[in-house]
Write a protein that binds this ligand. Structure first.
Ligand code: HEM
Length: 455
């Protein structure tokens, strides 16, 4: 085992690093990786961060030696104040049991079955958009993507019609997520029970989400659908409600059920929505890519709405989404705690260290991505993709904790992008200043106001 300490600043952080931190933590991570290299140690207050940004190191942490890296970190503990011990935040035996239980609901074939639900939600969105297309008034595409993504998760996984509640629930989601980022930035010094305006706002927002989750459980129980999971809606909710522990034969507790539902709601819509919002922004800045996308959807679909079966022929559409996920990975930071000491890239990682990988940093590394800041969907042609290491690109993570919703997200995005691109070209509203907000996900700071140009 190596005893070499990874490079990093000794003493006070250099001014340049602090300037980058002012732009945002994503810019800070990018700067320090460029300065100190693929494995670095950065003291931040009482903590030392170990940033691993070479694909080989990322593979080691997320995949090869994943057992040595737990989710007991500030990031996931804070997220756990919302999602409890659901799939995203739990570890060990509990995680493994729940993952096995939930996995079949995300099987490729099951997801193909969600195609109609997804397509219907997109059609409803297009109907809502008509007056905007006619008048040329801008609309907040980031909010629109949240709305549609939330409806899709609700219907596909829980057979719940979110309807008019979508905007309120999306707002509540953003409020609770922003609040945990605020708590992370302030190192949790303000106790959550103190009645500050921020705490009260977050508390109320969490109540809105809680009510929706409990109502979902209650109404399904009333339908008597929980008995064996084979009821009319054999969806994820039915599976979770019917699951029994192999050894004890016991049902999942109400609390665990609530945590899993909350996890899916939180993990399953804001991520997709941010990535889609960035997709529309990037396309509006890249006329060539947009024209290639338009040509593909026109050729493959000849005017009819896309179905899941079309997706394999809509390859450029998929590449557009992949490239948006490269430049603006919603999960821009992935944290772990090392359980035992380890060695990465020839450097020592002590036990109990905060180990950080950042898809944002690696996916903009010029060694793997020539002209890294340019939007070039062609990078994801099979030929170009073959020449890159697997972990040069990991918007969905990797190894055992790989995102369970990755195909769900890709199918949803493929159907939505193709359908919208068939009808409209989206353009930034005048005077729109687009900036990145590195919250729990990487999203557009002031929303994304765009106009719809019928094609
Ligand atoms: C573009 C969209 C999405 C992105 C970028 C994304 C990203 C990620 C990433 C990076 C992880 C791994 C985190 C880690 O290793 O610490 C993850 C895990 C997870 N994601 Fe996603 N996700 C997306 C969509 C979804 C959707 C649609 C769902 C559900 C419907 C979902 C549910 C989950 C869950 C439950 C986990 C935890 C899995 C486990 O640890 O077993 N995600 N996601």
């Amino acid at each position: 085992m190596s005893h070499r300490i990874p490079p990093g600043p000794s003493g006070r952080p250099p001014l340049e690093d602090l300037r980058a931190l002012q732009i945002g933590p994503h810019a800070f991570l990018q700067r320090v990786a460029a300065r100190y290299g693929d494995v670095l140690r950065y003291p931040l207050g009482p903590l030392a961060v170990y940033l691993i940004s070479h694909p080989d190191g990322v593979r080691h942490v997320l995949q090869e030696n994943a057992r040595n890296y737990s989710k007991d970190t500030f990031q996931y503990n804070l997220l756990g104040t919302i999602t409890g011990r659901g799939l995203l935040t739990s570890d060990g035996d509990l995680w493994l049991r729940q993952r096995r239980l939930v996995q079949p609901a995300f099987h490729r074939q099951r997801i193909a079955g969600f195609g109609t639900v997804m397509a219907d939600a997109v059609e409803a969105m297009l109907a809502r958009w008509q007056p905007y297309a006619r008048s040329g008034r801008p609309l907040d595409i980031a909010a629109e993507m949240m709305h549609v993504a939330l409806q899709i998760v609700g219907r596909a996984l829980f057979s719940v019609e979110i309807g008019d509640q979508a905007d309120a629930l999306a707002r509540a989601t953003l409020t609770v997520l922003d609040h945990i980022v605020f708590r992370a930035k302030t190192f949790g010094v303000i106790p959550p029970w103190l009645p500050t305006p921020g705490n009260l706002r977050a508390h109320r927002a969490l109540e809105v989400l809680e009510r929706a989750v409990w109502e979902t459980i209650r109404s399904r129980r009333d339908q008597g659908d929980a008995a064996d999971g084979a009821g009319q809606a054999a969806d994820l909710l039915a599976k979770l409600m019917a699951a029994r522990d192999e050894e004890t034969g016991q049902r999942m507790s109400d609390r665990q059920l609530r945590d899993e539902i909350m996890t899916m709601v939180i993990a399953g819509h804001e991520t997709v929505a941010s990535a889609l919002a960035w997709t529309w922004y990037l396309l509006s800045t890249a006329p060539e890519a947009e024209a290639t996308l338009h040509a593909e959807v026109d050729r493959v679909l000849a005017g009819r709405p896309p179905t899941v079966e079309d997706l394999s022929r809509l390859s450029y559409t998929g590449m557009v989404f992949a490239e948006a996920l490269r430049l603006y990975p919603p999960a821009w930071i992935i944290t772990r705690k090392s359980l035992a000491e380890d060695e990465i890239g020839g450097y020592a990682i002590p036990a109990g260290a905060l180990v950080v990988t950042s898809p944002y940093v690696t996916q903009r590394d010029a060694r793997f991505w020539p002209e890294p800041d340019r939007f070039l969907p062609e990078r994801f042609s099979a030929e170009q993709a073959r020449s890159r290491p697997r972990f040069a690109y990991y918007p969905f993570g990797g190894g055992p904790r790989l995102c369970i919703g990755n195909h769900f997200a890709e199918v949803e995005a493929g159907l939505l992008i193709a359908r919208v691109a068939q009808r409209y070209a989206l353009r930034l509203a005048p005077d729109q200043h687009v900036a990145v907000e590195p919250s729990v996900t990487l999203r557009p700071k002031h929303g994304l106001w765009m106009t719809l140009r019928p094609r």
